[in-house]
Design a binder for this molecule. Structure first.
Ligand code: FAD
Length: 513
């Protein structure tokens, strides 16, 4: 059953999670105004799946069940699916800023791959267990939060070396009916208004940190789970033209001896598969981040163009305005193109699921991680200082000043004052408010800090093949016509794989989230 946004919000009443917000216990998540922008943003993924014009993008048939499911819950079956997911995420994020639910997609696909591999190598039964869970999630049209990033404590120490073992979520007990987990996940998007959390390891584990290699599903109101959240967006702030409507909460999730029955456990100490799970999640998630930030870029491009127009500067006539706009477009479509390439060159996993090509997915995420600051700069460049200097919305209705402001701060004659200040506040909200800062930091660190992408790009890139190419050209004498008769040079170790498909061993400090 596909739910509407309203049904999704109502379904949250079936859970009684222990949630705190700004020092207060939250009685009802579905009725908490400070979460409403987040609930509304997730709701876009529900309502869009019910629209005829978006159905092809937002709904897909799950191969294993034959049932129609929301794109955000679908296991990819070919490159077309990867492209559709990319476009669907851009669509829901240009409407909501960040629709959050794509994290569910990314985790489900990675767990699908990792459980299949674990069973194939170890003879375990995680995959059929996961498939059963997947079908339940799809049938109930749930939204799952991703609880991956641990509190981590001292970054220079490994999980088992931390003075506080609860810096990382770990298994404290294995019982005949399930496992007991403990520890802290530090940053969980949408924490309070998810149906369940998917607990996943946030790094590659070794034999001596096997208890930290845990992946399982926990309902939001599980005994022992506490969710300490920030508000979503800037609800109730009149100047927040966008984030008063749409936003994202993040939460710290404390697991204090939470029991998880075996049917919801997808990894319990198999450290040798943690790298595969973490890396594949990161790959899917970085691909989604590209689309999410392209949706945000659409908002900035539109707002920048409207602001220039309201200022009386037609980009057709003013070259520097045109150049700033082109720079913004180049950035957004440049990293989005990496997402398209990662989809087109997608790779089939032995489980039958398809994943984005990792070099393009990581390059795209790395580009947006740093270029988000240039996106903000170009929006500021074309807009002027008004975006941070405008008096607050109360002055719009102050009988003593409103008329003056409307006359004095009007720019182009045929564009109403109110339209100009609305766009100005929209740009302030997205780029220069605390929400603006939030978009910078989520772009930089969400899905893993830049270092994680750089490591993955270098590990995956076929450098050896490129070396062999140049060696071959040198052997035959690049400049001559190939008639020099120079003897062939011997191949170096490590050049046996011309397509560079053999990635060297992962460094153990793998991180994503
Ligand atoms: C808005 C937002 C939403 C998010 N949503 C989610 C979510 O839903 N689920 C989830 O699981 N995570 C989520 N994340 C977490 C995200 O994945 C992490 O922020 C990211 O992986 C970086 O981890 P960190 O924040 O702990 O920073 P750190 O890991 O502390 O990184 C800080 C700096 O230290 C460096 N560093 C860290 N460790 C080492 C080391 N051992 N050696 C050398 N250098 C090191 C890093 O490269 C970086 O430069 C979210 C983050 C943000 C900002």
């Amino acid at each position: 059953m596909l739910m509407s946004a309203e049904q999704y919000r109502e379904s949250l009443r079936e859970y009684s999670p222990r949630v705190f917000l700004n020092g207060e216990a939250v009685e009802s998540v579905a009725d908490e105004p400070r979460f409403m922008p987040g609930i509304r943003a997730v709701g876009v993924t529900y309502d869009f799946a019910l629209r005829d014009d978006y159905r092809d993008l937002m709904v897909e048939t799950q191969a294993s069940s034959g049932r129609d499911v929301n794109r955000m819950l679908h296991i990819n079956r070919h490159t077309e699916d990867l492209l559709s997911k990319l476009e669907a995420v851009r669509l829901v994020c240009r409407e909501s800023g960040c629709a959050q639910r794509y994290l569910t997609h990314d985790a489900l696909n990675a767990i699908h791959q990792a459980t299949y591999r674990a069973d194939a190598e170890d003879g375990s039964d995680y995959h059929p267990r996961f498939m059963q869970y997947l079908h339940q999630v799809q049938d109930r049209d749930l939204t799952l939060g991703v609880a991956m990033t641990d509190a981590k404590g001292d970054r220079s120490l490994r999980p088992q070396q931390q003075p506080n073992p609860d810096s990382y979520v770990h298994i404290t007990q294995r019982r005949p009916d399930g496992i007991v987990i403990r520890g802290t996940k530090a940053i969980v998007t949408g924490g309070p208004y998810m149906h369940e959390l998917l607990v996943m390891p946030c790094r590659t584990h070794t034999e001596d940190s096997a208890d930290f290699a845990v992946c399982c599903a926990v309902p939001l109101d599980a005994d022992g789970l506490t969710i300490i959240s920030r508000p979503a967006g800037r609800p109730g702030q009149p100047a927040a033209r966008f984030s008063g409507q749409y936003g994202q909460a993040t939460a710290v999730c404390q697991f204090e001896d939470v029991f998880v029955p075996w049917e919801r456990v997808f990894m319990s100490g198999e450290w040798q598969h943690s790298e595969y799970l973490v890396t594949n999640y990161a790959n899917h998630h970085r691909h989604s981040c590209i689309a999410a930030r392209a949706g945000f870029g659409d908002l900035l491009i539109g707002a920048g163009a409207l602001m220039s127009e309201a200022n009386g500067l037609d980009p057709e006539k003013y070259q520097h305005i045109r150049e700033s706009m082109v720079e913004l477009i180049k950035i957004v479509e440049g990293f989005f193109a990496c997402g398209v390439a990662a989809s087109v060159y997608g790779i089939e996993d032995p489980s039958g699921a398809w994943m984005p090509e990792p070099v393009f997915a990581n390059v795209g995420k790395l580009l947006l991680a740093t270029q988000i600051y240039d996106m903000h700069r170009t929006a500021h460049e074309v807009s002027g200082g008004l975006v941070v200097a405008l008096p607050g919305p109360d002055e719009d209705h102050n009988p003593e000043t409103a008329g003056d402001l409307a006359t004095l701060l009007r720019a182009r004659e045929d564009i109403p004052y109110q339209q100009r200040i609305d766009v100005s506040r929209f740009i302030e909200d997205l780029t220069a408010s605390d929400t603006g800062g939030w978009y910078s930091v989520i772009s930089l660190h969400g899905g893993g800090s830049p270092q994680a992408m750089k490591r993955e790009i270098f590990r995956r890139y076929p450098v050896e093949e490129r070396k062999a190419l140049v060696e071959r050209l040198l052997d035959r004498g690049v400049a001559d016509t190939g008639q020099s008769g120079a003897p062939p040079r011997g191949k170096q170790p490590g050049q046996c794989c011309p397509v560079g498909c053999q990635a060297p061993d992962l460094p153990r400090e793998k991180k994503a989230g």
